[in-house]
Design a protein around this ligand. Structure first.
Ligand code: ADP
Ligand code: MG
Ligand code: ZN
Length: 614
């Protein structure tokens, strides 16, 4: 969909033309009209003409002298001089002292030129703009077009000035959205309803009024809505939540009214509100609350109640903060259908990669399944980015198509940043990083008896990572046991444990590991009920499930102290365990770390091979 900017452009354009015309009139025409017959001359001319007795009438008016020639044909003007003899001299020349009337414009003409004409001009251009906008609105009403409605420049509060979006030629269809089958199925039902409402009416089913797409950023929510627009073949009104938020109280509400008025006229149709949390946040009675936002939200709630779903207005909305939305929005009859759009699983990732890889040239050796395996946790947007980075890398290396190597490198680029070109890392540092990374992998491998990693590298990245361990996606587990979580914590501490064991001291390299281990241990105690003393009590609430998962404690101070103690104990125990595992396998650690130090990159298979050939 692309926005047609023309109405806005022509507004500015006409205003500029009108201004230009008025400026030209002011500079050239008006002065001419005012002083049509008066000619400015120097004082010499006056004296000369007086000497020649060639002066008809004369008037001395303050610091200006007006005079005419003998035949009163031409009026001249000049400044006064400190010349006491002037009057005598003029008198001698036979000049006639009197008031001279110049041909200045009459007050009426002056009024006409300086006031009526510009006003009329402005009015004329205004009318032109108005006509053009009206034409555009009517022209855009073709059902295949999708539109977005906002307030234009001139109509003032909430009057129906529409920004028109037309569907671009490369309309997005459901086939462009990979994975997310559940979401597609639910949305397909809505599309079917809009195509053949009688089928649903016959059986007495009424369609949900609204559906809310919620999920982490980059999982394809906006893309899905666009696909619905592409499939639906009904008008599609699209607006972003932030577009409702205006400086002045009441404007947002007016926009909502306007939007729904238009939607009702065009029914059946779809209204899509992207990033709805911008207006749909919980209303709280706190001081300094946002009046404008609350009014807009109230208006939205009222409008959603007010229209008849059987008419066929379906409201889609997208957000990545569903928990922040006002409960009133989510009750049945409004957004009663919640469509989760989650991060893709292994299969989904492969499909997304396939959809995007179709757009670039790939070498026959490319194994998208393997790429999908190594990119666990990546969102659709990141996968699209990985494919594009691979293509860019191929061009950089003068290849005609992207190879498997391009893809593998681009995953690391997207996740960990570019290779640092000339990172200065001493041999000692490189050695420490090698032992650190192998420490993680070895602890993981010894606990599960399987290849824990896809790849280990110790090539510094622009993100600041000195080494990088690519984890294997364990067949998309959704449930984790307590033992598995403990193992994970042990794995996080494995890096530091290896440094301690081999070098007898430690570095700052473990800061990220520490953060993750702590987070996990804390969650086990406060949210998963895996502590010894708190049983199944929630001590923490998560507020931003899709955006990093911030959490806030909900317990007494004494309990907080106990939690802290337990977290420390839990991590310390796993740290000890990791240290023990490494010291039991210290020869393997030496061997693999040395290999990694030399090769800089080893694969999961090589790792397992080295470990087993002990
Ligand atoms: P958000 O959920 O944040 O609205 P978008 O819909 O804007 O995410 O997705 C951004 C981009 O990521 C899309 O334009 C598309 O290229 C890619 N993408 C995300 N999810 C998918 C998917 N399921 N299939 C194909 N491409 C996807
Ligand atoms: Mg979006
Ligand atoms: Zn580490």
């Amino acid at each position: 969909m692309q926005e047609m900017k023309t109405p806005k452009k022509s507004l500015l354009y006409y205003c500029l033309i009108a201004l230009l015309i008025i400026m030209l009139l002011n500079i050239f025409v008006f002065p001419l009209l005012q002083n049509m017959h008066v000619q400015e001359v120097s004082y010499n001319v006056l004296l000369q003409m007086a000497d020649d007795k060639n002066i008809g009438q004369v008037e001395i008016d303050g610091d200006e002298i007006l005079f005419t020639d003998k035949d009163n044909k031409q009026i001249y003007t000049t400044g006064t001089m400190n010349d006491p003899d002037l009057v005598q001299r003029l008198y001698d020349s036979g000049a006639d002292f009197r008031t001279i009337t110049t041909d200045e414009m009459s007050p009426l003409a002056y009024f006409l030129f300086s006031f009526v004409l510009p006003t009329a001009l402005f009015g004329f251009f205004g009318w032109l703009i108005f006509r053009q906008m009206k034409k555009r609105m009517n022209g855009g009403a073709n059902p295949m077009n999708s539109m977005t409605f906002g307030m234009g420049g001139m109509g003032g509060l909430g009057s129906g000035n529409a920004k028109v979006y037309v569907k671009s030629a490369d309309g997005i269809k459901f086939s462009d959205v990979a994975g997310e089958d559940e979401a597609k199925e639910l949305l397909q039902e809505i599309v079917d309803f809009l195509h053949a409402p009688e089928k649903f009416r016959d059986i007495g089913a009424s369609l949900p009024k609204g559906a809310l797409l919620s999920g982490p950023p980059g999982t394809g929510k906006t893309l899905l809505a666009k696909a619905v627009a592409g499939e639906a073949e009904v008008p599609f009104f699209s607006i972003s939540g932030s577009e409702f938020v205006e400086m002045f109280v009441g404007m947002g509400a007016a926009k909502v009214r306007d939007l729904f008025k238009q939607a009702n006229e065009k029914a059946p149709c779809i209204v899509f509100i992207d990033e709805i949390d911008a207006i749909g946040k919980k209303r709280d009675g706190s001081l300094g609350g946002n009046d404008e936002r609350e009014q807009t939200l109230n208006q939205l709630l009222t409008e959603m109640d007010g229209f008849d779903a059987s008419k066929g207005v379906v409201i889609l909305a997208a957000t990545n903060r569903p928990e922040a939305l006002d409960p009133a929005l989510l009750r049945p009859g409004r957004f009663d259908r919640r469509i989760p759009v989650e991060l893709p699983d292994l299969k989904g990732r492969e499909e997304i990669l396939r959809v995007h890889a179709k757009k670039i040239k790939t070498a026959p050796d490319v194994d998208l399944h393997k790429i999908a395996r190594t990119s666990s946790g990546a969102s659709g947007a990141e996968l699209a980015n990985i494919v594009n980075e691979a293509a860019l890398r191929a061009v950089r290396h003068g290849r005609k198509s992207a190879t498997q190597e391009d893809f593998e490198e681009s995953i690391e680029t997207v996740i960990a940043g570019y290779r640092k070109k000339n990172a200065i890392m001493s041999d000692k540092e490189k050695m420490i990083v090698a032992y650190h990374e192998v420490g993680h992998a070895l602890v993981a491998a010894k606990q599960t008896d399987s290849a824990p990693v896809e790849k280990i590298t110790i090539i510094p990245r622009t993100s600041g990572a000195l080494g990088y361990t690519m984890q294997v996606d364990e067949a998309d587990k959704t449930l984790l046991t307590k033992q598995e979580l403990l193992n994970k914590i042990a794995t996080f501490t494995g890096g530091r444990a290896a440094e301690e064991l081999i070098f007898g001291e430690y570095t700052t390299g473990a800061s990220n590991d520490i953060e993750q281990a702590t987070k996990l241990a804390r969650a086990m105690i406060t949210r998963y009920g895996m502590s010894d003393s708190f049983d199944m009590v929630a001590l923490e609430t998560v507020s931003n499930q899709y955006l990093g998962g911030d959490s806030s404690l909900a317990c007494s101070l004494e309990t907080q102290t106990k939690i802290d103690e337990q977290v420390v104990a839990l991590v310390a125990e796993q740290h000890k365990k990791a240290y023990q595992i490494l010291s039991d396998n210290v020869s393997a650690l030496h061997k693999i770390a040395k290999h990694l130090y030399e090769q800089e990159t080893i694969t999961g298979e090589e790792f397992m091979h080295l470990l087993q050939s002990q």
